[in-house]
Ligand binder design. Sequence first.
Ligand code: SF4
Length: 382
Amino acid sequence: MSEKLKQDHYKVAPQKHEGEKTSPHEEERAPKTDQYLLGRGAQFNTKNRFLKNEKTREHIEGIDDWEESNLATQYIEQESKTIVNNVDSPDVGMSYSMNPYAGCEHGCIYCYARNVHEYWGYSAGLDFEQKIIVKKNAPQLLRKFLMHPKWQCAPLMLSGNTDCYQPAEQKYRLTRAMLEVCNEFNQPVGILTKNSWILKDKDVLQEMAKKRLVSAMVSITSFNEDLRRTMEPRTTTAKQKLKVINELSSAGVRMGIMMGPMIPGLNEHEMQRIMKAASDNGATFTAYTFIRLNGAIKFLFHDWLFKNFPDRADKVWHLIEQSHDGKVNDTRWGVRMRGEGNIAQMVAQQYKKYGKLYHMNAEEWSLDTSIFRRPGEQGRLF
Ligand code: SF4
């Protein structure tokens, strides 16, 4: 770890700042750099930027014993006020998103949604994977939203921030209930997931596909199981993800592949293989992102990288820096998702080349917004 980063790391992660409020679980928030928690991406909790909102044990309902629950996943059930969010970033390809869960047990180390967990009062580190906020009234909120006469139908993105088929879905089935609402209203939906649990909703997805109301993307970053297991510890294997693409595309659902993120020196060389395999299994469109490490992710990813790939960590880190104007974080619209410089350009060229070769993005296609109707309303004639 470079001296500069080491200083930053320990500044934001474990140490108490002068005048800082003491947290009862402060000891547990310190990084345990000599230990490795299998099944987790992050190995420690970074300090929440919004410290005054930081949750302490007594704020979290349902936790009887902090020590015991420290490594287990906790579901924090909430009644939310809203479920559909406006997305104002011009380079993410969606206008509205909905996320029935905040935090994500999949625990991908590079996940940009980690930083959002700080707004909820938690850490972007282990908390993000362990403390999952469950918006129990999400389907009801969605129904209310769609009933509003001002809603002008536009596609909604499920998993705009966190994965809607993460393990919490097996218990709560909120995504399923939301899809049923969308189907009832003829509301089009885009889905992005890293979990094969989506297959449980094949029936409703198939119905929606017949009306051109759904398209889904599965995210695959590597066929190297050792890499996936540490980088995205609780996601489905690449093999199972190909099965998802195969089964759902055979059922008539338009399927795509997301390769995000491509990381130089770790997985960028797998792009062709991923695109070919996805295409062979029925995917017809594709997208990718290039790694960037904003906010707390910089510290989490650095720790992960040097623990898991000590042989090439320095090289990978420098390649990421080279691709973002000398830094690893990047907030510049347009550039941040793709990077710049030689490596990023090479990835972009490969993407274009193999997209053409495997007939990805070949067709013009859009979700149907013309048949939206509220229950009790006549369908629109024009
Ligand atoms: S599955 Fe998606 S939302 Fe969940 S941790 Fe991974 S990248 Fe983040």
